[in-house]
Design a protein around this ligand. Structure first.
Ligand code: ADP
Length: 273
C-alpha cells in the first residue's frame, strides 16, 4: 500500500476516519509481511531436510550403490530427516488449526491433573534417556478449567518436551499445578479465579533479551542447537495461541546457567466456582 499523508488544513469531523484508515492499512501491511515471512521460513525449514534426502538418495543410487555399510548409515540419516519433516508438518498443521479457532473460546471442562499425568507418561521415557525425572506436584482439589483437553495437553507436552531438551541431564523437571494467588497483568479478568501450570527445569536458561521473542514462529535462541535436539521452532508459538484461545496468559522466568520456568495461567471454569 502507498499511503500519503497530507497535513489537514481544515480539521473536520472526518479526521479520525482518515487516521483509522491509516492504522488499518499499516496493520494489514504488517500482517501481510508476517505471512510472507512465515511462508519463507516454513519453506526454508522444509527445504533443508528435503535437500539432504535428495542428496543421499542420489548418492545411494550412484557412488554408494554397492556399499552396504554406507546404505545403513545413510538410511539412518534419511530416516532422521524424514521424521524431522514430519514433525514440522505436524506442527504447522496444529498451528493453522489452532489459529482458525483462536477466536472461538473453547467449551468443556478440562481436568488438569488427568492431562498432566498422561503427558508425563508419554514423556517419561524421553526424560529418562537424559536421566531426568518428571515430578508432578498437583494441588488436591484443583478446580477444572474451561478448555479443550487435547489443546491443553499439547501445551503441557510442548513445555515439558522443551524442559527435557534444554534441561541439564540428571536434574529433575518440576511440573506444578495449583490455584494462582496472583496473575500477570496480561491475564484477562476471570470471575472464578485462575489456576497455574508451571514447568521448571534446571537447564541452560535463556538470556533476558530473547524472552520477549520466544513465542514467535521459528524463533530460537540457538538455531543449530534446537535443530540438533529435533526442535521445529514452533512449540512455543503453538503454546501461545492455545493459551490465548483459552483466555489465559503465559509468563517466562529464566536465569542463564540456572534454569527456566514457564507458567501458564488459565481461568477456573464457571461451574467450579
Ligand atoms: P524449539 O522447537 O526450537 O524448541 P520452541 O518454540 O519450543 O522451539 O522454543 C523456542 C526456543 O526457545 C528454543 O529454540 C530455545 O532456544 C528456547 N527455549 C524454549 N524452552 C526452553 C527451556 N526450557 N530452556 C531454555 N531454552 C528454551
Amino acid at each position: 500500500f502507498a499511503v500519503s499523508v497530507e497535513p489537514l488544513r481544515e480539521p473536520g469531523p472526518d479526521d479520525s476516519r482518515a487516521l483509522i484508515l491509516m492504522h488499518e492499512l499499516t496493520a494489514m501491511k504488517r500482517t501481510e509481511q508476517m505471512r510472507a515471512d512465515f511462508v519463507a521460513n516454513a519453506s526454508h525449514e522444509l527445504r533443508t531436510p528435503l535437500s539432504t534426502l535428495v542428496g543421499f538418495i542420489e548418492t545411494l543410487r550412484g557412488p554408494a550403490k554397492d556399499d552396504p555399510e554406507a546404505h545403513e548409515r545413510f538410511l539412518e540419516i534419511m530416516h532422521e530427516q524424514s521424521l524431522r519433516m514430519s514433525r514440522l508438518v505436524n506442527d504447522l498443521l496444529s498451528l493453522s488449526r489452532i489459529e482458525l479457532n483462536e477466536h472461538t473460546p473453547p467449551r468443556g471442562l478440562a481436568d488438569l491433573s488427568r492431562i498432566l499425568s498422561s503427558v508425563k507418561a508419554t514423556l517419561d521415557m524421553q526424560a529418562a534417556t537424559k536421566d531426568m525425572d518428571i515430578q508432578l506436584d498437583i494441588e488436591d482439589g484443583l478446580p477444572p478449567v474451561t478448555g479443550d483437553e487435547d489443546e491443553l495437553a499439547q501445551v503441557a507436552q510442548n513445555l515439558i518436551d522443551n524442559a527435557t531438551k534444554y534441561g541439564r541431564p540428571g536434574t529433575p523437571i518440576r511440573v506444578t499445578a495449583r490455584r494462582a494467588d496472583s496473575v500477570p497483568a496480561a491475564f484477562p479478568k476471570a470471575p472464578h479465579g485462575a489456576v497455574l501450570i508451571r514447568v521448571q527445569d534446571q537447564g541452560e536458561g535463556i538470556p533476558r533479551e530473547h524472552i520477549p521473542r520466544l513465542t514467535e514462529r521459528f524463533y530460537r535462541v540457538d538455531k543449530a542447537r534446537s535443530r540438533d535436539l529435533g526442535g521445529t521452532g514452533l512449540g512455543l508459538a503453538i503454546v501461545k495461541h492455545i493459551v490465548s484461545r483459552h483466555r489465559g496468559a503465559l509468563s517466562v522466568d529464566s536465569q542463564v546457567g540456572k534454569g527456566s520456568a514457564f507458567t501458564v495461567y488459565l481461568p477456573v471454569a464457571a461451574s467450579a466456582g
